[in-house]
Design a protein around this ligand. Sequence first.
Ligand SMILES: [Zn+2]
Length: 357
Amino acid sequence: MKHDIKRIVGLTVLAVMVIAAVVMGVRVARLVDLTYVEMNTTPTPEPPVRNVMQVTIDPNAPTPQPVLRSGSQGEEVWQLQTRLRELGYYNSSIDGQFGPGTKNAVIAFQRQHGLDADGIVGEGTKAVLYSDQAQLKATPAPTALPTAVPEVIPVWVRSDGLPLLVNRENHMPQGYQPGELVNMADYCPSNIVKIKYSSTQAERVAVDALIAMLKVAHTQGITVWQVSAAYRSESYQQQLFDQQVDEYIDKNGLSYNDAVSATRLTVMEPGSSEHHTGLAFDITVPGVSFKGTEQAEWLADNCWDYGFIIRYSADKEDVTGILAEPWHIRYVGLEHSLPMRDENLCLEEYIAKYGSY
Ligand SMILES: [Zn+2]
């Protein structure tokens, strides 16, 4: 009997151990299996579903509008131009063609509304443009009247608050010294603008404005810019003038008086060049004639927004007495460049209208 009991207990223990072993084995096998399955089926992330709203069919939803950009044309562009003109951003003809004028108007609108200023009318810009959030184009604050508060008046600002006028009749003030000249090759980022001559200098305030302007041009894809002239002292201008006079005498056999007259047509007389101010730049594109380039077009459209003017434009030749120079820009400050643009006044006309001496 005792033997039997021992055998039963022994068999039972054995059986329990066998069952336990089998169960454990299966579990381990399943775990291994599961790991294997998981390792092989880790899902690759699916691209997020963009704009779930599009899937919902709303019978009242407007049909999706195409993005408008340079080169677009048709009814939508016509509507866009009409709206931009209504708000004061666009002054050119409403022709349904998305050209540079339309693009600049869009950029001005985007800038004023804190939108990405890329000149492309996508959903975001369109939403603001046709909403009541759309603001009229900001007009420049009126020129501040001279106040009693002492302030540092830049050397190039006249006592009546207007920018210095320099031309054949109005020479530089005696002993004029520019405020703060910087060496442009050292000062300007070389990826923004190339300085043709390493010794070129100009007034810091004008150079700062130039850099700010050309940085924006770069973001709009207009990238190749060069400065081929800026500040010139009167003595240097005298040297240029005398060289040309000598050349006419030596090579063309002119009398001194005739040589001086001929030289006056192409070289500014010392004292009458805007380059003496340190506020004028000749902007060029290396290796090409500047007139008609996309840079010239961009400059004519945008320089005003950075305090510059196109000093000698084709439609003012009879006032300035200088043939159009699309490359010559002059810094006058924003408070003057914007009204000059808006009223289409060259510096001579602006001073005649608003100057008090
Ligand atoms: Zn010039």
